[in-house]
Design a protein. Sequence first.
Length: 382
Amino acid sequence: MPTTYESPWAGDDVLLFRKTIRRFIEGELVPRQARWRNQGRPEPDAWLKAGAIGMLLPDVPQEYGGGGGAFAHEAVVIEELARAGVHFGSSVQSIVARYVLQSGTEGQKRTWLPRMARGEVVSSIATTEPGAGSDLQGITCAARRDGDHYVVNGSKTFITNGWQAGLVCLAVKTDPKALGPKGISLLLVPTKNLEGYRVGQPLEKVGRQGQDVCELFFEDVKLPLSCLLGANEGKGFFQMMEHLLYERLSVSVAAVATMERAVRLTAEYAKDRLVSGKPLLDFQNTRLKLAECKTESTVGRVFLDSCMERFIRGQLDPVTGAMAKQWLTEREFHVVDECVQLHGGYGYMLEYPIARMWTDCRVQRIYAGSNEILKEVIAWSL
């Protein structure tokens, strides 16, 4: 989109917030990216600094320490991170906060949300297991009730923010005899000095090397019953389904921002790169390919803006949310792949941002519900 374009959901307060977030990301987070990729995770002080400028939990009410804004403010954070090519687990922080805010007890909200907003506590959501991904009903990690506490055993994998997480929103089976999803609950697990809890080394990934993703292990971990998210057991699956729309729209926001960045960077490259004595952009194939990519990113932006406005009004349905995540991430990878091709050999070199974008965006079609599963969700509505 043109640099003067602002989405219709972005009012004056959102525009001012965007300036603050962009300045912080460019000045504080972008210079750290090489170090984060080498060490496999951001430093704890980055979370504290992000919390200090209001980047964390911008759509959580101020009474719980958040920014008091709407999802539009969270979308700005996601867009600006994607625009800068920075992978920081703040969106996971917001997703966990959403669980606590809408499903937690008053005590849980006041215990965790202010600390998360300040960056004092990093959070993760642990649902995926080695044998259960999009099939959440297939989890085996169990929490057995024993007097006044739970005893948790099992493991989780592909957990973003897992290395630094001081709070894990953990999906467990609390009733192994219950049919279907009714035996699943969510526990809020404080990890500091927690006996029996262990974090594996950050996993080596194709992309997003600067963002920690780990395995988590629970061996006879004892937790007080007050760690249950909400008042009753057996609600975990339905709580996860309720909040998937928020997560999928967040992924869609990043997809569109990445497409726009890819087109912008590639157009700049094509103007400067000389082939046979003339700019690459002077070749018809380059212009037509970029025209197609520009069109796809613009159509994606219009669709996303429509979804955003409906979500902010509380009118976005799960099927349309599934369409947005599935289609926009497919278009994202297609556009970035075309832009890699237009860079030629340089597009395969990691010193060029487009190469990192290519590896980084591949996972978008997998998490928050694989696109194959989302097609089934869409098909059920026919």
